[in-house]
Design a protein around this ligand. Structure first.
Ligand code: XMP
Length: 529
């Protein structure tokens, strides 16, 4: 049966990373065209390039300048492969410089929107211009091409980039100074589609349905009749892994769901419901979930601890202990499933090459205990988060789970400031549930990236009815962000905040005051601890 499956990785593009902040975006856009691609550092060897056997290559932008001799260059192997090559920004400049053109530092940096003007008909740009002569594109460059290499023509220009798009139709080498991968470029996706599908001749096999079929076949081949254990958290990644494995190997999978006492209200019930309710009949409905009530164990260990990092460490270590114990108690399990996704793989590869990048190491709570001897099955290793979401929906998981805000590994533990007490967690759970419920009721949930309540154990006076109340404070936090590295506090309507505040104070006895957090990141972090 499996031999009938087509190889959805066969037609693929190679993306060489010159250090642009947009490199992953290029890959995501290529994948959105239905074409598989992988990202590698610009200095991979010619042998690796040949072995990868791409149908085309895209060179990313980057922060350096080709006007200096020591900066990154395109590996010779790329230009000798005989496949189409598209250079973006720095990629264009490197191509121009290496093939005999000239690149100079420009006095006028171009940053932001620019009008791209058609100079000559171009197969690549035709996808953007259609009948128009001008199109708005996103630029971010200091250097510019000043003279073309032999064989190239200029196909478009902008005010500060006379050679904003160039190509050598014979060798099928293309370069664009602007960034087609960012959404600010009008019809940038059409250009990438034209390159990946028409110019490189890839057919568009990379679809959610094909990815799921491929992953299921791969899982079956990898684990055979063995048993697999998975830590199910209720987050998107572990849920999609669970759904894939359930489809692939059914009852060979056991999911362990650890209730650490710091989960949101009804978390464990909601995770179960996500698998059974929406699925109805079928393998997912029968997902084998073992819920471990370890509230006591976590909360006892956390008693008296008020340092945020110490709390994180205890929660992380206790999770591993509990998970290990429960996994070991299962008979004959020899595989551990994990929700590693492609950006994690790229980041660890980049660190091998010693490139500068940012890792939020404290976020990887619940990693594999080193002494566990389980083999790893990681069915999402090739996927970006948006692809994980798409296949999750394809597998029938409910959108409310797929588009849920992220929830940190240490859970409410970093949202109760200082020492964690069970009674604080109970109050916080209720307040958080009200906030989230109201966000959903007002259609605001999907407009913010993350929203939650925080428990501030400072006492403040209030009057409810005729009674004086001297209780703690709840802070509401809601942010808008793309990457969680920077964030703006969400400008939620006053009436909405008022409604949430009224409900929290009226419905929860242990709260005397509600405040709204108006700090952006940086300098404030998203979580309060
Ligand atoms: P910060 O607070 O660093 O949060 O601005 C950025 C994003 O990371 C999440 N976060 C965590 N996730 N373990 C996690 O799994 C953690 O210890 C942790 N701390 C913060 C936070 O919820 C936000 O989405």
């Amino acid at each position: 049966m499996q031999s009938a499956l087509r190889d959805i990785h066969a037609q693929r593009l190679l993306i060489l990373d010159f250090g642009s902040q947009y490199t992953q975006l290029i890959a995501r856009r290529v994948r959105e065209c239905g074409v598989y691609c992988e990202i590698y550092p610009f200095d991979i060897t010619d042998a690796e390039i040949v072995e990868f056997s791409p149908a085309g290559v895209i060179l990313s932008g980057g922060p350096e300048t080709v006007t200096e001799g020591t900066t990154p260059r395109i590996p010779a192997g790329v230009l000798q492969l005989g496949v189409p090559v598209l250079g973006i920004c720095y990629g264009l400049q490197a191509m121009a410089a290496q093939l005999g053109g000239e690149v100079v530092a420009s006095n006028l940096r171009e940053f932001g929107h620019a009008q791209l003007e058609a100079e000559q008909p171009s197969n690549l740009l035709g996808s953007m211009f259609n009948e128009a002569h001008q199109v708005s594109v996103w630029m971010s460059h200091g250097d510019k091409v000043a003279a073309l290499p032999e064989g190239f023509v200029c196909t478009a220009s902008s005010a500060n980039a006379p050679f904003a798009a160039i190509e050598d139709p014979t060798r099928r080498f293309f370069g664009v100074q602007f960034h087609p991968e960012v959404t600010h470029t009008d019809k940038g996706e059409a250009l990438i589609n034209r390159f990946a599908r028409d110019i490189c001749g890839c057919q568009g096999e990379w679809t959610p349905a094909n990815i799921v079929d491929d992953a299921i076949a791969a899982i079956r081949t990898q684990v055979g009749n063995d048993k697999v254990v998975l830590g199910l958290s209720g987050g998107v990644d572990s849920s999609v892994v669970a759904a894939l494995l359930a489809k692939a190997i059914g009852s060979q999978l056991t999911c362990i769901f650890v209730d650490n006492g710091l989960l949101r209200k009804n978390e464990s019930e909601e995770v179960r419901a996500a698998f059974s309710g929406a699925m109805g009949e079928g393998t997912l409905a029968e997902l084998n979930i073992k819920t471990i009530n370890a509230q006591r164990e976590f909360l006892d260990k956390l008693a008296g601890v008020d340092d945020p990092e110490a709390k994180r460490k205890i929660i992380g270590a206790t999770f591993i202990e509990v998970f290990d114990r429960e996994a070991t108690a299962l008979q004959d399990v020899n595989w551990l499933a994990q929700g590693t996704i492609y950006p994690d793989v790229i980041e660890s590869a980049a660190s091998k090459y010693g490139k500068a990048h940012v890792i939020k190491s404290h976020h990887n709570v619940g990693g594999l205990p080193e002494r566990m001897t389980l083999k790893l099955v990681e069915p999402l290793r090739e996927l970006f988060k948006d692809e994980v979401r798409k296949i999750g929906l394809h597998l029938g998981l409910p959108p409310s789970l797929i588009y849920r805000h992220p929830f940190p590994g240490p859970g409410l533990g970093v949202r109760i400031l200082g020492e964690i007490k069970p009674s604080y967690a109970d109050v916080l759970r209720e307040a958080d549930a009200i906030f989230i419920q109201e966000l959903r009721a007002s259609d605001l949930y999907d407009q913010v990236s993350q929203a939650f309540a925080v428990y501030l154990p400072v006492k403040s006076v209030g009057v409810v009815g005729d009674a004086r109340r001297y209780e703690h404070v709840i802070a509401l936090r809601a942010v808008e962000t793309i990457d969680f590295m920077t964030a703006r506090w969400a400008h939620l309507p006053y009436e909405f905040i008022e409604q949430v505040s009224n409900r929290i104070i009226n419905e929860i006895a242990g709260v005397s005051r509600v405040v709204y957090d108006v700090s952006s990141k940086p300098p404030a972090t998203i979580e309060w601890e």
